[in-house]
Each structure stands twice: as structure tokens, then as C-alpha cells.
Design a binder for this molecule. Structure first.
Ligand code: NAD
Length: 501
């Protein structure tokens, strides 16, 4: 257990009882002169000190990644890489409890959630992309030529090189491996910058990489912050060939500018202001269950989560009442308690942001259906980043509450009358990540799913993910698609070979 063991292993080699989380560079754990605090979101307790990478350490990580491309890793066959990635997935599963403890300690999320979503999906990401590279063909064209002898064309994929991986804190292992899995499957090497809020599982994965026999330098981790720190050092580093990022849209814009130097490719998975659209012919109970999850899972800190709920007028009051009951039935508490269904926000800083929107909603004249503040927690949790699950009505589509991503356990619930009207309102937003449509009318489901400007449209479900499908955002929610073969487009350079016969 990363946080609770006093005799911590190398990655957390603290001199006192307080563990230290170190960088993983060239197959070994390395610390820094500068350390920063990692506090528990549950109670504000200091739980670890984390090394902050200097520019020189980022240089070392990038150099190690570059050298690994020229070493045994670069010469491996696809079959050998696939075997290694399977071993990594098995290694995560073998140390499931360690990963679970680390993720829960960093995020405060319920064990029931992390054990069903974060950790198994983290492991699965290595297997799914190993299978993709093993099975996906490239194209072949025969062509005729004036001399009648013809030519053939075939495509081959080559790694893009050293990939910089910048990650958020909401689903740390899952979203990091979602990028590292395909990057390695395609033969690249990576330098990962986890969120400063959630450094532990990325570091722990270094141990798994070593145990699986992944050569040194293939997987590197450097900890730190964004601007004027590790994130900036990495994304501006000329030795990084491509950058894949998940996080806020504003950060993505900065990273895109950094990537412009050297004309380096970016994959950006960014913010959302996702709408649920509930028609009056829906399966009412399923729509309630799904909407409660999409609004409140992971304390509302899911990029695909719902913060706007459009409900057709005929069922509006009944739907709102059921949603309110569901929100008030959520159990805030310690992650390990089986009854806990909602944890805290990630940090006090993020809580300040979410609470500023709670205040803004009240100032704008919203009706607070439930929540709207800070819950009474027992003394031992009083220092945590807790907020109440919150529902509002009474504000329109133009309000900040309907337009800006809050990233908390909250939603604005609004009535609508017609399909045409709701489509216009849903699409009138800068973001375009995901939507959930609730209806029993199949024709309407297809029509509405096609008409909403998003990268992912669910019908009668939410967060149901087949990892072979394209994942990404429209408008300001993202650039590019990852998932299945789509990840190959980013993590490989596709080369055409033309042979005159
Ligand atoms: P964030 O943008 O604040 O930080 C993400 C990462 O970028 C962190 O590692 C951070 O240190 C780093 N960073 C910050 N500034 C940087 C800079 N100037 N240069 C380089 N790196 C920098 O995002 P967050 O608060 O960690 O995560 C929440 C956000 O992520 C929300 O907006 C959410 O919607 C989004 N998100 C999107 C998806 C998706 O798939 N579209 C998935 C999860 C989260």
C-alpha cells in the first residue's frame, strides 16, 4: 500500500514516515531537490511529498526515451511488444490492491468506483491496444503505368518517436494508460507528466514496467506542475515528437501553441458542458438512474458527465423530483465504506472553484432544488474538499451555469417542448464532448444523436465504452480521436511505399 506503508519502496523513499513520490526515469526512481505536498482530499492531511522535476530532469527523461527508441525496444517485433504489454496489464492486475490504494489515496474516490472502473480499465488499456496493433492491416493498391508493367503501393506504420503525455487528475491511471497503452503498442517511447494532484499510480506503473521487462527509457514519469514547471518543460522540449493531452480547454490551447514550434502533432481531449436530453417517452427509471450517474459519478469530475439536463415539459416536475430524491440519497463518506457513493472533490482549490459557481447560481437567481453548499461532515473529515450534490432550475441557456464547465457534482435542469428547440439549445454551446439521449422512439434517437454536435452520443445509456470506438470531442472539447484504430492515426506515422514493377 503506497501511502500507508512506513517502509516505502524506492518510488516513495521518504526518510520519515511520510512517503515520497519520485520520478521514474530510464528504469529507475529519481528524486529532486524541490518537493511539493500532496494532501488527501478527504481531510486535508499531508499524505506524501512529491518530487518536482527540473528542466534538466525533463531533459534526462526525454533523452532516455530517445535512447530507448534506438535500443532493444526499437528493434522489437510487434509480437514481442504485444507480449510485453500483456505482461504490463497482468502486472497491474497482480498489484491491483496497491494501485487501488494509491488511486483512492490521491483522489478520495470510493473504492467501489475505483475497483470497478479506474484500475481494471487501466490494465485493459494495455491489452486492447496490443490487440489493435496485432490485428489491424494497412492498405495496398495495385496501379497501372504507361509501360504496362504497373506498380504496387503499400502502407507501413512507424512510431512517431518520443511522445509527451500530459494527464489530468480525475481518472488518473485510466486516462494515462489510455494514451500510454497505444503509444507503446505502436513502438513509441513516452514521458508522462501526471497531474500534480495524482502522482502515485503513474509512479507505481514504473515498477510494473520493470517487472514486466519493458526496457529502461521506454516509460518515463516526471512529476510537477504545468506553467513554468514540468508540464511546460516537457511540452516545449524540442526532443518530444508529439504531445497527447487530457485536461482543460484553456490548458490545451497553451499546449497547442507550444506544439506549433517544430510543427509537432497534438491530440487534445478537453473540457465539456455535456447535455442530457430526456424525452417524455423515455424509460423513466432508466433515465433517472443514468442521469444521476452522469451528474454525480466521481463527484461530478468526469469529462463526459452531465451538467445540463433538458427534460421534456410533460415529465419535468416528476423527473426533477426523482432526480432530487436520488441526489439526496447519495452517501458522502470514506472511500472504503461500502455505503459510500460519493467522495470529495480533488482539492480545496477545486472546491473553491465549484463553490464559486454555487454562489454565482444563487446570485443569478437560480432555484436551488437541492444542495448548493458544503455538507456537514464528521470531525475527522471536516478538512476535506466536500461539497453537496446540487441541482438548480430557473436559469436559462445563456447563464454562466449553463455555459461554463464547473466540473463538480451539479447540474442545471431545464424544461423543453420540442425536439427542434432542444437541439438548438443543446448545440448553442462552445463545448461538444458528449451527450446522453433518453427516448424509446428509435427514429428520434438516431435523428437526435446525429444532430447534436458532439464526439460521443449515448442513447439510453451513459459511459458505456467499447474501447475500439472513436473517443474525442467536437468544438472546444478536443482535437483528434483516440480509441481502437483511431489511436494509430496519432501514435504512428503512416508511410506509403510505392514500387515500380
Ligand atoms: P488541467 O488542464 O488543469 O491540467 C491537466 C494537466 O495539464 C496537468 O497535468 C497539469 O499539470 C498540466 N498543465 C497545466 N498547465 C500546463 C501548461 N501550461 N503546460 C503543460 N502542462 C500543463 O486539467 P485538470 O484540472 O487536471 O482536469 C480537469 C479537466 O480535464 C476538465 O476540464 C475536464 O473536462 C478535462 N478532461 C477531459 C477529458 C476528455 O477526455 N475530453 C477527460 C478527463 C478530463
Amino acid at each position: 500500500m503506497l501511502i500507508t506503508e512506513p517502509q516505502a519502496p524506492a518510488r516513495t523513499a521518504g526518510t520519515s514516515q511520510l512517503p515520497r513520490v519520485d520520478h521514474f526515469i530510464n528504469g529507475g526512481f529519481v528524486t529532486s531537490d524541490r518537493l511539493f505536498d500532496k494532501r488527501s482530499p478527504l481531510d486535508g492531511r499531508l499524505i506524501a511529498r512529491v518530487a518536482e522535476a527540473s528542466r534538466e530532469q525533463v531533459d534526462q527523461a526525454v533523452a532516455a526515451a530517445r535512447a530507448a527508441l534506438r535500443g532493444p525496444w526499437g528493434r522489437m517485433s510487434v509480437a514481442q511488444r504485444v507480449d510485453l504489454l500483456y505482461a504490463v496489464a497482468d502486472g497491474i492486475n497482480r498489484r491491483f490492491d496497491d494501485f487501488l490504494a494509491a488511486e483512492v489515496a490521491d483522489t478520495g474516490k470510493p473504492v467501489s468506483l475505483a475497483s470497478h472502473v479506474d484500475i481494471p480499465r487501466g490494465a485493459a488499456n494495455f491489452k486492447i491496444f496490443a490487440d489493435v496493433v496485432k490485428n489491424v492491416p494497412t492498405e495496398f493498391f495495385e496501379m497501372s503505368t504507361p509501360d504496362g508493367l504497373g506498380a504496387i503501393n503499400y502502407a507501413i506504420r512507424r512510431p512517431v518517436g518520443v511522445v509527451g503525455v500530459i494527464c489530468p487528475w480525475n481518472l488518473p491511471l485510466l486516462l494515462m494508460t489510455w494514451k500510454v497503452g497505444p503509444a507503446l503498442a505502436c513502438g513509441n517511447t513516452v514521458v508522462v507528466k501526471p497531474s500534480e494532484e495524482t502522482p502515485q499510480t503513474a509512479a507505481l506503473l514504473g515498477e510494473v514496467m520493470n517487472a514486466a521487462g519493458v526496457p529502461p527509457g521506454v516509460y518515463n514519469v516526471v512529476h510537477g506542475f504545468g506553467p513554468a514547471s514540468t508540464g511546460e518543460f516537457l511540452t516545449t522540449h524540442p526532443g518530444v515528437n508529439a504531445i497527447t493531452f487530457t485536461g482543460e480547454t484553456r490548458t490545451g490551447e497553451v499546449i497547442m501553441k507550444a506544439a506549433a514550434t517544430g510543427a509537432r502533432p497534438v491530440s487534445l481531449e478537453m473540457g465539456g458542458k455535456n447535455a442530457a436530453v430526456v424525452f417524455d417517452d423515455c424509460d423513466f427509471d432508466a433515465a433517472i438512474e443514468g442521469t444521476l450517474r452522469s451528474c454525480f459519478a466521481n463527484c461530478g469530475q468526469v469529462c463526459l458527465g452531465t451538467e445540463r439536463v433538458y427534460v421534456q415539459r410533460g415529465i419535468f416536475e416528476r423527473f426533477l423530483a426523482a432526480l432530487k430524491r436520488g441526489a439526496e440519497g447519495l452517501q458522502l463518506g470514506r472511500p472504503e465504506q461500502p455505503t459510500t457513493t460519493m467522495g470529495p472533490l480533488i482539492s480545496q482549490e477545486h472546491r473553491d472553484k465549484v463553490l464559486s459557481y454555487y454562489r454565482k447560481a444563487a446570485e443569478l437567481g437560480a432555484t436551488v432544488v437541492t444542495g448548493g453548499g458544503v455538507p456537514d461532515m464528521p470531525d475527522d473529515l471536516a478538512g476535506g474538499a466536500w461539497v453537496q450534490p446540487t441541482l438548480w432550475t430557473g436559469l436559462g441557456d445563456d447563464s454562466a451555469i449553463a455555459r461554463e464547465e464547473i466540473f463538480g457534482p451539479c447540474a442545471l435542469v431545464m424544461p423543453f417542448d420540442t425536439e427542434q428547440e432542444v437541439l438548438r439549445r443543446v448545440n448553442d454551446n462552445d463545448y461538444g464532448l458528449a451527450t446522453a439521449i433518453w427516448t424509446r422512439d428509435l427514429q428520434r434517437a438516431h435523428r437526435v444523436a446525429a444532430a447534436i454536435d458532439v464526439g460521443i452520443a449515448w442513447v439510453n445509456s451513459w459511459f458505456l465504452r467499447d474501447l475500439r470506438t472513436p473517443f474525442g470531442g467536437a468544438k472546444q472539447s478536443g482535437i483528434g480521436r483516440e480509441g481502437g484504430v483511431h489511436s494509430l492515426e496519432f501514435y504512428t506515422e503512416l508511410k506509403n511505399v510505392c514500387i515500380k514493377l
